[in-house]
Design a protein around this ligand. Structure first.
Ligand code: FAD
Ligand code: 2HG
Ligand code: ZN
Length: 467
């Protein structure tokens, strides 16, 4: 019979495609949060679409389930094995294949890392307008599979809005290819949307054509200090009205900044006293000193209206990066600190002040947790992180999860929000999907799964328990 790795190697007859050394396999079996991990008999590392299709057919023939994996930065447990599945890593499909200046579109393989795409396009005077803290590791395929959002959704949308064409390997090994770069293509059901956001359970994304954009002439960045969170809806309204090129609007609450400072004592506090919240504002403008002056003028109107108490306005790229360092630093500090119950939710902007208060109340009531709130303010997307205090034992920490999730998600549902703004459902949220999706919608999703993957071999257990 032989081991799974031996049988797959014999079936595939491709040297270097099957990784089975336990120490090497282990690098693929725990996720970024360190809260999800499992064992895999081996890792498949195809180099192109054909090898992905062969790998899928070999797994099918041997009755093996598989977990597609990109950069393994997903935050809902969908990228690592749970019940002995084979991991299929897309990392070697890392070619940037073609750039078309006339349509500003770019064709890439699924394993291209976001930062590599940013750098490639920068050299061509263009940008890819999705950006997020995991840029150094997350891959285009994984970002499409999770419909990743990030810090520029406000102006440019999620991954979904950037995908023009897609190539996908289906569960039977069929290659479904529609790598066009057309903006307009109303030729029946747009099948790429079935796979965008499907978290690896309907097909394996191998290539994509993406919409790039000419780089903005200039980007202005500021950090506002708020002395109340209760006027956030007014702040949003005024900033949207005044800053026509608004491209990012991020919030970090006082406790999150304090936590970051504890973790990184060398980091400078942004203001000489703590404020209930800070907001990063970024606007794309024309070039030149007058544009910066006009940006300062627009923000002074916000201060005059009493919606911000103080502001730091970047005068250079380095100063802008220092402001963004605070935002990325909070996410990283939380990950370094210990175990965290993570809730990535959206609520309507008008509900934000009460929602933030309620999250802190729930965290305090649960006990021995630090509630850290931050996120993509412009989208009403709050990242609620409840971090284990040192005195809380691991088992007791995990025991608090289900009740917290139920309280938070039912509150989000009452507010007509979403229980997953941008990270997806994965394993972590599948028990709560009904808070954001109707029974009919969930049935239809199950039907799609049965149609495209009747044997349940692609990422079983993601989104809902396998039939
Ligand atoms: P993985 O983690 O490898 O996989 C994620 C899911 O996609 C899994 O279900 C996997 O099976 C599936 N998958 C992966 N590749 C493929 C493929 N080629 N075909 C089919 N399925 C596939 N997300 C946001 O939306 N906004 C943020 O601002 C944001 N910030 C982040 C910051 C940090 C520091 C970290 C660690 C994560 C952040 N994320 C954010 C989470 C986000 O989901 C991921 O960073 C990214 O979208 C996942 O890409 P990945 O290549 O790492 O995918
Ligand atoms: C971010 O915006 C990411 O930094 C991660 O989406 C959020 O860790 C989190 O909760
Ligand atoms: Zn985010």
């Amino acid at each position: 019979m032989g081991s799974v790795a031996e049988r797959l190697s014999a079936e595939l007859e491709r040297p270097g495609l099957v990784l089975s050394e336990p120490a090497e396999v282990a690098a693929y079996t725990t996720d970024w949060t360190r809260q999800f991990s499992g064992a895999a008999p081996c890792v498949l590392r195809p180099r192109d679409t054909d090898e992905v299709a062969r790998s899928v057919r070999a797994c099918r023939k041997l009755g093996l389930a598989l977990v597609p994996q990109g950069g393994n930065t997903g935050l809902v447990g969908g990228s690592v094995p749970r019940a002995g599945e084979v991991v299929l890593s897309l990392s070697r499909l890392n070619a940037i294949e073609a750039f078309d200046a006339a349509s500003a579109s770019i064709q890439v393989q699924a394993g291209v890392v976001l930062q590599a795409l940013h750098e490639d396009l920068a050299a061509r005077g263009h940008v890819f307008p999705v950006d997020l803290g995991a840029r150094g590791s997350c891959q285009i395929g994984g970002m499409i599979a999770t419909n990743a959002g990030g810090i520029k959704v406000l102006r440019y949308g999620h991954m979904r809005e950037q995908v023009l064409g897609l190539e996908v390997v289906l569960a039977d090994g069929t290659v479904l290819s529609n790598l066009n770069s057309l903006k307009k293509n109303n030729t029946g059901v747009d099948l790429k949307h079935v796979f965008i956001g499907s978290e690896g359970m309907l097909g394996i994304i191998t290539r994509a054509v993406l919409q790039a954009r000419p780089a903005p002439q200039a980007v202005q960045t500021a950090l506002l200090a708020l002395d109340t969170r209760h006027r956030l809806p007014e702040l949003l309204t005024l900033l949207r009205e005044r800053l026509r090129g608004l491209s990012s609007l991020e919030i970090i609450t006082r406790d999150s900044i304090a936590f970051y400072k504890e973790q990184e004592p060398s980091a400078r506090a942004p203001f000489d006293k703590p404020y209930p919240a800070c907001v990063i504002v970024e606007e794309e403008t024309g070039a030149g000193g007058n544009e910066r002056d006009a940006f300062v003028e627009r923000l002074s109107g916000v201060i005059e209206a009493g919606l911000a108490a103080d502001a730091v306005i970047a005068g250079s790229d380095a100063q802008a990066q220092a402001i963004w360092r605070l935002r990325d630093g909070v996410t990283e500090a939380i990950s370094r600190a210990g175990l965290t119950h993570k809730f990535d939710v959206t609520v309507p902007p008008g509900a934000l002040p009460g929602f933030l208060d309620e999250m802190e109340r729930l965290g305090d009531a649960a006990g021995d947790l630090r509630t850290l709130l931050f996120g993509h303010l412009g989208d009403g997307n709050v990242h609620v992180n409840m971090v284990q205090k040192p005195e809380l034992a691991e088992q007791a920490f995990y025991a608090k999860g289900p009740a917290l999730a139920e309280s938070i998600y039912s509150h989000v549902a009452e507010l007509n929000g979403s229980i997953s703004a941008e990270h997806g459902i994965g394993i972590a949220k599948r028990a709560y999907l009904h808070h954001s999706r109707s029974a009919e919608e969930i049935d239809l999703m199950r039907g799609l799964k049965r149609l495209l993957d009747p044997d349940g071999m692609l990422n079983p257990g993601v989104l809902f328990k396998s039939d």
